[in-house]
Design a protein around this ligand. Structure first.
Ligand code: PMP
Length: 424
């Protein structure tokens, strides 16, 4: 039962423990990067002998590549239920996508009738990718409150107090998995004349996304968290700002006409995609989108929610282990991400112990979200278990077992990896 969905690679990976035993690897780090889908890997294998440069000629291979690349936009658009006319731009990852959007907003495109706006409003729970690009332009930060309700009220006050171009929010926290009410937040932003940009890096791998239905103006995510390889991401959203804003990069393919000393930029996705694009990366994202779109939504959701509950309930029975959430509302929806800390142990040591002695992989540290981890009291970081399609009850049980063993004697030393093996 290493892969109940039967579609994720790597379920049969085995690794050596410190004591020499070889065990199957319990990968509980999907939120960092998810293993590839079998269909994605097969598809890449099939098309890789035939790729060529896109948009660069009438040669047969170039035409095939161009068609693969352009049809990838359609698959992404269908996956997120984008509106007719929305742009789908391929980038390197979520970080790249949010930097692109920040460049567009900073270049002064947000004139909704009441004058030009360049301000971006965001919460202090964001991943650095959805914080630092805004920090570099006009911005205002709203601090989270004890409850989500109070936090939304604060956003309301902030946006009512001074108009903003954009409200930037995460779809799901990469630290706690908590899911934000996007439809409500979009309505709030629009009521105050702003648009909304959603960082869906952690939402897209777990929930159906509805750009048109939720009225989301811009949405971004990464391929490598969506069961596709590294190196590709997307921006989906309203074409007007994207067509008017500063091109993400200067170079070939993004232009209409160039003189030695001046340029007229093109519109459409090409405006932001200068240089030879990552055709296989785009094709991989598109394939992953198609596979996920065909999954039974209820089964998918239930599988992950069952594992999340099993972990949260299991940890609640272990004295000395604590889980962390941003908001007090216990009923808030969360994706398969659980951050925990172990009393008296450094998170780095806990993660190394779990890997070296139990073959369980979790992430440790401050999760590229320093303001949030500080607010959660995790100044030295925490440990994060996260799962997805290939995760099993056994993975969760082994983590719980490892935590019990840790508190029941625990590691006496720290560990390092030497030539692929853990040594104390
Ligand atoms: N936003 C969130 C919520 C994330 O979890 C991550 C990845 N940890 C990112 C943005 C950045 O994604 P990438 O590293 O693929 O650019």
């Amino acid at each position: 039962d290493s892969d109940p969905a039967g579609i994720v690679l790597g379920g049969d990976l085995t690794i050596p423990l410190l004591g020499g035993d070889v065990v199957s690897y319990a990968n509980l780090d999907y939120a960092a990067s998810a293993p590839a889908l079998t269909e994605v890997a097969n598809f890449l294998n099939d098309i890789s002998p035939y790729y060529a440069s896109v948009h660069r000629g009438a040669g047969y291979l170039s035409q095939v590549s161009t068609s693969v690349y352009e049809s990838a936009r359609l698959a992404v658009s269908a996956f997120v239920n984008a509106r007719d006319g929305d742009s789908v731009i391929f980038t390197a990852n979520t970080t790249d996508s949010l930097n692109l959007l920040a460049g567009v907003v900073a270049s002064g495109v947000a004139d909704t009738g009441g004058g030009l706006r360049r301000d971006v409003v965001y919460l202090d729970i964001e991943h650095h990718a959805n914080l630092l690009p805004w920090q570099a332009i006009d911005h205002r930060v709203v601090s989270v409150r004890n409850t989500l309700r109070e936090t939304i009220d604060e956003l309301d006050v902030e946006l009512a107090g001074a108009p903003a171009a954009l409200l930037a929010v995460t779809g799901a926290s990469n630290v706690t998995g908590e899911v934000l009410p996007l439809r409500e937040l979009a309505e709030l932003a629009h009521r105050h004349g702003a648009r909304i940009a959603v960082d869906a890096a952690q939402l897209a791998p777990h929930r159906r996304i509805d750009v048109a239905g939720d009225n989301i103006d811009y949405l971004v995510f990464s391929g490598h968290k969506l069961y596709a390889p590294f190196g590709s991401g997307v921006v989906v959203g309203r074409a007007d700002w994207l067509d008017a804003g500063k091109p993400h990069r200067a170079g070939g393919g993004a232009v209409r006409e160039v003189q030695a000393n001046s340029v007229s930029w093109t519109t459409g996705p090409a405006r932001h995609e200068a240089g030879s694009p990552n055709v296989l990366g785009a094709a991989a994202i598109a394939k992953a989108c198609k596979v996920l779109q065909n999954l039974d939504q209820d089964d998918w959701h239930e599988h992950e929610e069952h594992l999340r509950r099993r972990l949260v309930d299991g940890v609640a029975d272990i004295d000395g282990v604590e889980t962390h959430r941003i908001w007090a509302e216990e009923s808030l929806d969360a994706v398969g991400i659980v951050t925990f800390s172990v009393r008296g142990y450094d998170p780095g040591l806990v993660a190394a112990y779990l890997s070296a002695e139990h073959g369980v992989g979790v992430r440790d540290g401050r999760f590229c979200a320093h303001p949030l981890t500080k607010a959660l009291g995790l100044d030295r970081g925490g440990c994060r278990a996260s799962f997805g399609l290939g995760s099993t009850e056994d993975d969760v049980d082994r983590l719980l077992e490892g935590l019990r063993a840790l508190l029941d004697g625990g590691p006496q030393a720290s560990y390092v990896v030497d030539a692929g093996r853990w040594v104390p």
